[in-house]
Design a protein around this ligand. Sequence first.
Ligand code: 13P
Length: 251
Amino acid sequence: MRKKVIAGNWKMNLGVAESVALIDALSPLVADAGNVEIVVCPSPQALYPVGLKLSGSRIKLGAQNLYPVAKGAYTGEVSPTMIKEVGCTYCILGHSERREYFKESDEFVNAKIKSCIEHQITPIICVGESLAEREAGITFERVGTQVKGAFKDIPAEQAATLVIAYEPIWAIGTGKTATDEQAQEVHAFIRAELVKLYGAAVAGEIPILYGGSVKADNIDGLMAKPDIDGALVGGASLKADGFARIVKFEI
Ligand code: 13P
């Protein structure tokens, strides 16, 4: 059985004091959550203090990005060894905001995934179409290209340890969630692509999270779908009580 994962992407929203206050508020609320992997992804300057708070906790720490080299002259970048040192076991990669604003290509995302694998960090690999792509009827083509690009030259035994997040760009921060059926349709497509690449056993191990305006009041319907294995939550992960309710989804 693949694991369920609920991850909070705090994006560039919280300073150190705010991040620590959020984790202090969240931790007791999710201590009794069921069988779900809980991940929080603060911004880089808050990883260390939040990581200290999470020592011994069931909540896992994730970064929002990395540069795929262990160390060197890369001004402004953060390496896999650096995020590991402060306690990260997850890293979001290829988020649409990075693909759009920082021109990250499928090749670069693939290099980052390989770097995560090398450093035993679980990547949460984001894919998703824009509104124009959906309206042009090329959602599957777009998402298929991103999935194939992400998994290029990654052997099956490593592929089985990765996590995907389907995040339709038109649903991010817009309050306009994909319907349960729209999300399931693309998740099933991604699963079918993984079956083609790796076979059913490996494809069945890979959690596919949904992201895009996930909230306390829509998580239950999404999680009831067979190929939706969790959520990557932006805005609603910034409030402890709302995120805790998402973590405690009911199906
Ligand atoms: P929102 O939940 O704010 O729509 O953001 C989704 C997202 O981009 C998570 O990575």
